[in-house]
Design a protein around this ligand. Structure first.
Ligand SMILES: N[C@@H](CCC(=O)N[C@@H](CS)C(=O)NCC(=O)O)C(=O)O
Length: 93
């Protein structure tokens, strides 16, 4: 497990997702296996989170990773793109 797997010094992340979504499960499983600790919001249980996703990202599709860096926010959709992105950031083999 990489040493920097529980935090990124440059970026912060929030994963928008919900329990029964298979694409969200794919991302959660990757995070578990890689030992990456990402704050997560369930958009079915938390209407404010759903609104934040729809307004910020432009649509309420999950999973979506909110990436904040130097005050700039990016919303990354697509489970495989999220996994690919975090794999690079955290140097997951
Ligand atoms: N290709 C996408 C599929 C994502 C997807 O279809 N998510 C569903 C939930 S399982 C969803 O949010 N549908 C509602 C919508 O797109 O507005 C991925 O791999 O992340």
């Amino acid at each position: 497990m990489p040493q920097d797997s529980v935090a990124d010094p440059i970026e912060s992340y929030v994963l928008y997702q919900y329990e029964s979504c298979p694409f969200c499960y794919r991302v959660r499983r990757f995070l578990d296996h890689a030992g990456i600790d990402v704050e997560s919001r369930d958009i079915l249980r938390d209407p404010d989170a759903r609104r934040a996703l729809a307004e910020g990202g432009g649509r309420a599709t999950v999973p979506c990773l909110r990436i904040e860096r130097d005050g700039t926010v990016r919303w990354l959709y697509e489970s495989l793109d999220i996994i690919g992105y975090l794999s690079k950031r955290f140097r997951v083999a």
